[in-house]
Design a protein around this ligand. Structure first.
Ligand SMILES: Nc1nc2c(ncn2[C@@H]2O[C@H](COP(=O)(O)OP(=O)(O)OP(=O)(O)O)[C@@H](O)[C@H]2O)c(=O)[nH]1
Ligand SMILES: [Mg+2]
Length: 228
């Protein structure tokens, strides 16, 4: 009997569209960031903080993913930044086609950065490449130091882990050092930034690293255009 692995086929089809997205983003010169986390870890709060720091120098657009409501897109628009809300209904992650479809009506050509806030979920979003240049995970430290070992996939699949809500560490009884050690055990290359969106602690060093990354992307795009 011939066995078809449906999961693999879905991910392959997704990968093809993601690569089309990536090509479009490069053509348009848009640095694209996929922001992922469990519900409520602070993705939109991180975006709000970043937008306040970056929007005077960089043109930013945001795609929001949620099961329901336009709450997150409304929060971004309130800062004067264009945002498009995808509502997935029952689907627990964004996929490359959802993003691709949005690009027809939400024009990001000419923007410096496109942030894509994924649906709040600690597992599934990490399986679906969207065509992004950078994957960032937000983890709320109050959820415990052992989670990277219990739910390794997302920690493993990202370049950056933002350990958010460090202002709450004294109340949560979580050891930051132990949490960092567990993240690095799952992903030895992870760049880790402990931050608080509430107090602003740690934000400056994260923003500096991010700006540097955007600069490198721009140089890269420019030199590949110069070659043609
Ligand atoms: N104390 C504290 N609270 C925070 C911090 N960052 C975010 N919060 C709070 O955490 C809650 C959830 O934040 P959001 O930014 O909505 O989280 P999210 O990941 O975007 O949530 P979903 O999109 O629903 O998955 C809000 O009440 C925020 O005010 C932080 O650094 N410290
Ligand atoms: Mg959000």
């Amino acid at each position: 009997m011939h066995k078809i692995d449906v999961g693999t086929k879905i991910l392959q089809a997704n990968e093809e569209i993601a690569l089309e997205n990536k090509e479009l983003f490069r053509k348009w010169g848009v640095f694209t960031v996929n922001l992922m986390s469990a519900p409520g870890a602070g993705k939109t709060s991180v975006l709000e903080v970043m937008i306040k720091h970056l929007k005077d120098d960089l043109a930013i657009a945001v795609i929001e993913g949620d099961l329901q409501t336009t709450v997150d897109a409304d929060r971004i628009k309130a800062l004067g930044v264009p945002a498009y809300q995808i509502t997935t209904g029952n689907v627990c992650h964004l996929d490359a086609r959802m993003v691709h479809n949005v690009l027809h009506e939400f024009k990001v050509d000419g923007f410096d950065i496109l942030f894509i806030e994924n649906v709040g979920n600690l597992v599934c979003p990490a399986e679906f490449y969207l065509g992004e240049d950078l994957r960032v995970m937000v983890y709320s430290v109050v959820e415990g130091a052992e989670k990277p070992k219990k739910y390794p996939l997302m920690f493993h699949e990202v370049e950056v882990v933002l350990l958010n809500k460090i202002d709450l560490l004294p109340y949560a009884g979580v050891e930051l050092k132990e949490l960092e050690k567990n993240v690095l055990e799952v992903n030895p290359n992870a760049k880790i930034f402990p931050i608080s969106c509430k107090t602003g602690e740690g934000i400056e060093s994260w923003i500096n690293w991010f700006k540097n990354r955007v600069e490198k992307f721009k140089e890269n795009v420019k030199s590949s255009k110069d070659l043609h």
